[in-house]
Design a protein around this ligand. Structure first.
Ligand code: FES
Length: 104
């Protein structure tokens, strides 16, 4: 999965992007309607947003809803797979951690 987004002006399919914005741990990240939350984060330069129990950084692994590596809290609901969740304007994403001693 590419962590970049093709600008609409140079995309040959002629799409009409409608912008949206979400927050990730309080920081505003811009996206477009039709993206998943994971793709908004990747395109926004955030390839990792979770810490595994082993201390390893996690983000998207499978990208199809199988591995649960991409989970985060969305609008207060924990363990949402960001690769499966369409982004909606105003979504509030909070990163999660299973790292011992990390209270998130
Ligand atoms: S990346 Fe595997 S479930 Fe989301």
């Amino acid at each position: 999965m590419s962590p970049s987004i093709i600008p609409p002006a140079t995309d040959p399919v002629g799409r009409d992007d409608r912008p949206l914005s979400i927050t990730v741990d309080g920081a505003v990240v811009a996206g477009v309607h039709g993206q998943t939350l994971a793709s908004v984060l990747l395109a926004g330069g955030r390839p990792q947003w979770r810490t595994a129990p082993t201390g390893g950084a996690r983000g998207v692994f499978c990208g199809i809803g199988v591995c649960f590596d991409c989970v985060a809290t969305v609008n207060g609901v924990p363990d949402v797979r960001l690769c499966r969740r369409p982004a909606r304007d105003g979504d509030a994403v909070t990163t999660q951690s299973r790292w011992p001693g990390d209270v998130r």
